[in-house]
Design a protein around this ligand. Structure first.
Ligand code: GDG
Length: 490
């Protein structure tokens, strides 16, 4: 590929032992310090791991990823029965590949350019080199004819690189974030390489149907392949299918956690620590400029300023989990939110009664569930979001069919959670009206909406998502048998 840094490509023939290989930027474990001072691993709590765990166990599965720090020993290891294969990143690669191309170029570009994407050739070179390293590793450990499932925007070149090394594999790719409309994607100087990278997969999965259509249209327009609906016909006889697989959560386990006595007791404690207000609003997000935190806090504060709500009756709890703290745009956002919260509480709060309780911290899963239980109105207002699992987690925890969800129409979750109060996060007055409606809604209205949303989230959980994807991948046809024109050159 043009611009690629020199990197070792190894050709292997399928001597590995894993029948299912997950390739993701991060391993599903975090480095922790044991009580005796030695270093150990702890499983990260994500739904992806719990969804894939049973299939991985049944298929001699292995997970390839970066362990998150550089001081670790890079030999494959087994943690809690899962085979984990660490891949190293140098300090320079963390800057150029992870903070740079992944989070400074692709992340803003794929989220409607909410922030301005930066294009740097050295970032791209690092992206190519790191993707090649992950592809090499997958090629080494996959057994003959194995299934490899590549995850997310950090790894878009892996499918093609892997197919070149191991044409015997069945390769799937899933994008967790939105795939941008043609007009925005065109800005990317390496647009063709990214499309060709993805076309190495047999099945390319997206959160929504619109994203899959954007991808197929771009492949037709920019690469010149024949397409029909969700299928791309490649000149070498292969077929690539692009389809929507909306991701979900481990609904039952969230509900069970929410029903536990400890969580119920903690939820009560939280409400009383907040001064037992009539209604608690809640936002939980990674501190990210796509999540619309600033706009939602402004909307809430204006309702207090206008006298529609009062700090005697309402409080907004905003949890912002630290994220990508070395990337400049994230540091700026943190300062902006700090200032806004300070100003709102300074202007509108009373002694012992702030308008906003702001927590820049991350919490264990139990505390998250207690927060969901403590909140009357969950406010999820991203400018653009692939899905948004927080919205689904809130619904999973409301087993009494109570609680209101205010949800951005630009979150993937809005496609399924139609009974939420849907808002346009760019429209502050519209958000104010929705927050107020949700605040005023009677029990009957809340129950009607929540019951319908709970049915959706219970029927479509993360294991349903993983099973559907893997079944479709297993069913993809290897060869289309059609004569099609070669791809365009530019
Ligand atoms: C990307 C896409 C897509 C957050 N703070 C804490 C914590 N969390 C957990 C939440 C939730 C997850 O992190 C966040 O998931 P989201 O979906 O809301 O957002 P992204 O991180 O941006 O995820 C997104 C997702 O991938 C999956 O495909 O839905 O659109 O952007 O599960 O609960 N968990 C704990 N402590 C925290 O402080 N334990």
């Amino acid at each position: 590929m043009p611009g690629a840094s020199p990197t070792r490509v190894i050709r292997v023939t399928g001597n590995g032992s894993a029948d299912l290989v997950i390739v993701a930027n991060r391993l599903p474990v975090d480095r922790v310090q044991n009580d005796d001072g030695t270093a150990g691993w702890r499983r990260s709590p994500g739904g992806l791991v719990s969804a894939l765990e049973p299939v991985m166990r049944a298929n001699d599965g292995a997970w390839i990823g970066w362990p998150g720090s550089n001081d670790t020993d890079l030999v494959p290891f087994v943690e809690d029965g899962l085979q984990l294969v660490p891949v190293a990143l140098s300090e320079r690669e963390i800057i150029d590949f992870y903070e740079g191309f992944a989070n400074g170029t692709l992340w803003p570009l794929y989220h409607d350019v909410v922030a301005k994407p930066e294009f740097h050739r050295e970032w791209w070179d690092a992206y190519v080199a790191v993707n090649q390293r992950f592809a090499n590793r997958a090629a080494e450990i996959a057994s003959r004819g194995a299934t490899v499932w590549v995850q997310d925007y950090q790894m878009q070149l892996v499918p093609r690189m892997l197919r070149e090394l191991r044409p015997d594999l069945r390769i799937g790719f899933y994008l967790h974030i939105p795939f941008p409309p043609t007009e925005l994607f065109q800005q990317l100087p390496w647009r063709r390489q990214v499309l060709e990278g993805l076309l190495g997969a047999d099945l390319v999965g997206f959160q929504l149907g619109g994203a899959a259509q954007n991808f197929v249209r771009l492949v037709r327009q920019r690469v010149g392949h024949k397409t029909h609906r969700d299928t791309v016909y490649l000149p070498d006889g292969r077929t690539v299918v692009a389809r929507a697989f909306p991701i979900s959560i481990d609904t039952k386990s969230f509900q069970k956690l929410a029903q536990s006595e400890a969580v119920e007791a903690r939820a009560k404690e939280i409400r009383s620590a907040l001064g037992d207000p009539a209604k608690v609003f809640l936002g939980i997000d990674r501190l990210d400029y796509t999540k619309g935190i600033y706009a939602r806090l402004r909307a809430f504060s204006e309702l207090i300023r206008d006298g529609v709500l009062s700090v005697d009756d309402a409080i907004f709890v905003q949890v912002a989990t630290p994220s990508r703290e070395r990337v400049e745009q994230y540091r700026i956002l943190r300062d902006d939110i700090d200032r806004l919260v300070g100003r709102i509480n300074g202007d509108l709060g009373k002694i012992g009664q702030p308008a906003i309780s702001y927590l820049h911290s991350s919490y264990p899963r139990e505390e998250m569930a207690a927060l969901y239980r403590a909140a009357d109105i969950m406010v999820v207002t991203p400018y653009r979001d692939g899905m948004n699992l927080v919205a689904k987690e809130y619904v999973a925890c409301r087993y009494g069919n109570d609680g209101a969800l205010v949800l951005s129409e630009f979150a993937g979750a809005a496609d399924e959670l139609r009974q939420a109060w849907l808002v346009n996060p760019y429209d502050i007055n519209g958000m104010k009206a929705a927050l107020r409606d949700a605040y005023d809604a009677d029990e009957k209205e809340l129950t009607r909406r929540m019951r319908a949303m709970r049915r959706t989230v219970l029927d479509n959980d993360v294991s349903h998502w993983a099973t559907r994807f893997l079944q479709e991948l297993a069913a993809t046809r290897p060869d289309h048998g059609k004569t099609v024109r070669p791809a365009r050159r530019s």
